[in-house]
Design a binder for this molecule. Structure first.
Ligand code: GLC
Length: 529
């Protein structure tokens, strides 16, 4: 595996740092805690980790409101801890990606504090300011992603500023060359410290329509997630000029050896809109997260159609990425699998055998379910602001269950974790390590096989003809994958070989002579021949 393509060949693992491991007993995970758990990640076999925001922040949106782009949040540690993490992870062959939040800063960032000072303040134009509409009121109809108008009135200077998320997350003005230069420096600061790349928050949204035109109304043929709003975000995000910034960042990333990796949170719910984020295949993002896939049902037709679309539309040289869980969209064990272990195992098999880079979210390897909490006391500002229980992201940010002991191996006995555990006895690392049939071992064995077999990393994807709820494909000549996404048993004809790894591990090593029979919600990876 070449060092330039490690992120294509490997498996990436997303860590919510506040919830991974707490080294100092304050109930909040931190970088030293994570360093102490790197052995787990090495054992699992992941090649890289992406950490949710680590920079100083008032935490109105848990780090997605950055007040200093070149620091570390004191609750998580120090710059020296980042260096120690990069070194300790590197010794285990694991690279570290951080989260970059360029769309907006915190309102407590020194730039914004200055900008509030007056219309001619030095950093005023770092943000998006606009006069009231001719008849008064907000400059246009843009809606915040967190509900309500995207404009906040600032009485002392008589203008509105744009906030696509919370009012304490003012949008930066990416038409301003000084902002671009400032972020070039941020990228280099971290790459110089050995950070291998960034996941880029709301990557598709940073450049806004220069004329601030109204967004159009949604239409019935828009994706259901788009129809959650009254307007479609045509002018408030996803503008063609964002690609200039991505090409610029690619230039900075390519100065490093190996080239730094850019992974975009590209929340674009159609493939034709998503693909341009890869540029010509090598001059923009390395990976553009596929939210159409994440929002699909656990349904053979839906998923097969999306993957076929990716295979067809991806620019030459570009590479797919698949994920089933994250800190916003929930955990696949609950969202897709309804906490049914058979389905959760099937999803894992899918993610780890499709052609593309899988991103696992911490706990996916355990089949960790979401933890329901009351939205009224939620720590997630979105739940409180929207008063919508289904938008309470606390449910998928709860601490990693390392063991069934008090504190879950996450925090010392007696300390209160910042978010509650689920059922520690039902799902934890220590117990699953002891159980060769566990989801944890399934994950580990699939990753290990991927490492051994080039066909599972780079082999072509070719869908097989399948009946009903079956979805099956070949990876190169060597492997076939079959997933039965249905309540009834199913048979796949035309497969001969050996089950290498089944979601029912009792079937590993079983010979397949022409027909593969699968139970409901069962899947298998077959070495053909
Ligand atoms: C992204 C993040 C999300 C955050 C939002 C605002 O969508 O993933 O957690 O709330 O951006 O920064």
């Amino acid at each position: 595996m070449s060092s330039q393509t490690w992120w294509r060949d490997g498996v990436l693992y997303q860590i919510y740092p506040r919830s991974f491991a707490d080294s100092d007993g304050d109930g909040v995970g931190d970088l030293q805690g994570l360093i102490g758990r790197l052995d787990h990640l090495e054992w699992l076999g992941v090649d890289g980790i992406w950490l949710n925001p680590t920079m100083p922040s008032p935490n109105d949106d848990w780090g997605y409101d950055v007040s200093d782009y070149v620091g570390v949040h004191p609750a998580l540690g120090t710059l020296e801890d980042v260096d120690a993490l990069v070194a300790a992870a590197g010794e285990r062959g694991i690279r570290v990606l951080l989260d970059l939040v360029p769309n907006h800063s915190s309102s407590s960032h020194a730039w914004f504090v200055d900008a509030l000072g007056g219309r001619d303040a030095e950093f005023r134009d770092y943000y998006v300011w606009a006069d009231p509409a001719p008849g008064g009121g907000p400059p246009n109809n843009w809606e915040s992603n967190f509900g309500g108008s995207a404009w906040q009135w600032h009485e002392p200077t008589g203008q509105y500023y744009l906030n696509n998320f919370l009012p304490t997350q003012p949008d930066l003005n990416w038409w301003n060359e000084d902002v671009r230069v400032a972020f070039d420096d941020v990228l280099r600061f971290w790459f110089d410290r050995g950070i291998a790349g960034f996941r880029i928050d709301v990557c598709h949204a940073i450049v806004k329509d220069r004329e601030l035109r109204d967004d159009p109304a949604v239409t019935p043929d828009d994706h259901p997630e788009v129809r959650r709003r009254a307007v479609k975000q045509v002018f408030s995000m996803n503008r063609p000029e964002v690609h200039d910034v991505l090409r610029r960042w690619r230039g900075v990333a390519d100065e490093y050896d190996p080239r730094a990796v850019l992974v975009g949170e590209t929340y674009v719910l159609n493939l034709d809109g998503l693909m341009p984020y890869y540029g010509n295949g090598e001059d923009e993002l390395n990976l553009a997260f596929n939210f159409l896939f994440l929002h699909a049902g656990l349904d053979a037709d839906e998923l097969r159609t999306i993957v076929a679309g990716v295979e067809e539309k991806l620019p030459q040289g570009a590479w797919p990425v698949y994920t089933g869980s994250n800190h916003d969209g929930g955990r696949f064990t609950t969202r897709w699998a309804g906490d049914d272990p058979r389905k959760s195992r099937l999803v894992l098999l899918m993610l780890l055998t499709l052609r593309g880079t899988p991103f696992l979210y911490y706990g996916d390897e355990l089949g960790l379910p979401e933890v329901v909490t009351d939205w009224r006391t939620a720590l997630d500002p979105v739940a409180r602001r929207t008063r919508d229980a289904s938008r309470n992201r606390d449910r998928c940010r709860t601490p990693m269950p390392w063991s069934a002991e008090p504190g879950g191996g996450f925090t010392p006995d007696g300390a209160t974790p910042w978010l509650p555990f689920g059922d520690l006895a039902a799902c934890n690392v220590a117990d699953q390590v002891e159980d060769r049939g566990s989801q944890l071992w399934l994950t580990r064995d699939l990753i290990a096989l991927r490492r051994e077999e080039a066909a599972l990393r780079t082999g072509a994807y070719a869908a097989l003809d399948t009946p009903g709820g079956l979805w099956a494909w070949r990876r190169g000549d060597a492997f076939a994958v079959a997933l039965n996404l249905a309540d009834a048993p199913a048979e796949l004809a035309g497969v001969t070989g050996t089950i290498e790894i089944g979601t029912d591990r009792a079937r590993d090593g079983e010979a397949v002579a022409g027909t593969l029979a699968l139970g409901p919600w069962e899947g298998a990876l077959v070495r053909v021949g």
